[in-house]
Write a protein that binds this ligand. Structure first.
Ligand code: CTP
Ligand SMILES: C[C@](O)(CO)[C@H](O)COP(=O)(O)O
Length: 242
């Protein structure tokens, strides 16, 4: 006899948190992921949010030479026991993502998140998770508030896209693990070809859009979910976090 139940198996969810950037635009001696906001390093905040979420395990990607510091001073110190691997990233963000993806054991979904976005919230993670279970590929973002112009190479306005269709893209970017692994595998195979064509890969959605036929759904993030990029962002994030 077969007994039907409505109970679904819990699906395994992993996160890759990226902290292997060099922070050139911040122009600080301390890498921006370790700069302090309310006495805690920037990357602490995303790790805390993921640690306290439904996500099962975390891979933290750091710059070469930073793993011991991160383990002792951030991960162990704050009891972030969902961090199962701390790995060294690569030259570009997409190299770091590919390395992070390689460290995840078998899981159903993966959240890829910039450690430089400390104001990510549980609500954002929940919305992204609902989306990815339905669509397999979802990125967090917000509709733009300003009018956006596309410029030509001389600094003149070339066109004005319809603002209703323009979003600024944030992280997390969330995918079925098999889809994003396949997309990144293809990216690394075609990297030279893409570079020659002048295509720069700045987010994970782009890897899926460009190299698979899979649609990527937009999910509402928050205007507070900023990426710490330049010095004034530290104070802005501190205002949101305290
Ligand atoms: N090779 C790289 C480059 C970036 N990142 C991470 O990707 C996120 C977004 O990158 P960005 O803001 O551009 O960080 P940086 O590369 O550090 O900054 P910049 O571009 O100003 O040098 C950050 O959490 C950063 O640590 C990474 O893990 N590996
Ligand atoms: C992925 C991203 O956060 C989306 O806005 C962003 O593209 C990463 O920043 P980078 O400066 O392009 O590395």
């Amino acid at each position: 006899m077969v007994i039907k139940t409505d109970r679904k198996e819990k699906q395994c969810t992993a996160a890759v948190i990226l902290a292997a950037g060099s922070g050139k635009r911040m122009g600080s001696n301390t890498k921006k992921q370790y700069m302090l906001i309310a006495e805690k390093p920037v990357v602490y905040y995303s790790l805390k949010t993921f640690q306290e979420s439904f996500v099962d395990e975390i891979v933290l990607v750091v710059s070469p030479g930073d793993a011991d510091y991160c383990k002792k001073e951030i991960v162990d110190k704050h009891g972030f026991d969902k961090v199962r691997h701390i790995v060294e990233g690569g030259r570009e963000r997409y190299h770091s993502v590919a390395i992070g993806l390689d460290s995840i054991p078998s899981c159903d979904f993966v959240f890829i998140h910039d450690g430089a976005r400390p104001v990510v919230t549980q609500d954002i993670l929940e919305r992204a998770y609902i989306c990815v279970k339905k669509y397999g590929a979802c990125v967090v973002g917000m509709p733009v508030k300003d009018t956006i112009k596309i410029a030509d190479t001389e600094g003149n306005i070339a066109s004005t896209p319809d603002r209703k269709l323009v979003w600024m893209i944030q992280t997390p970017q969330v995918f079925s693990l098999s889809l994003i692994r396949e997309a990144y595998h293809t990216l690394l195979q075609k990297e030279q070809e893409l570079l020659k064509a002048g295509i720069s890969i700045t987010d994970d959605a782009m890897v899926v859009e460009t190299l698979t036929g899979h649609l990527v759904k937009l999910v509402e993030g928050s205007y507070e979910n900023i990426k710490i990029t330049t010095p004034e962002d530290i104070q802005i994030a501190e205002n949101f976090l305290t």
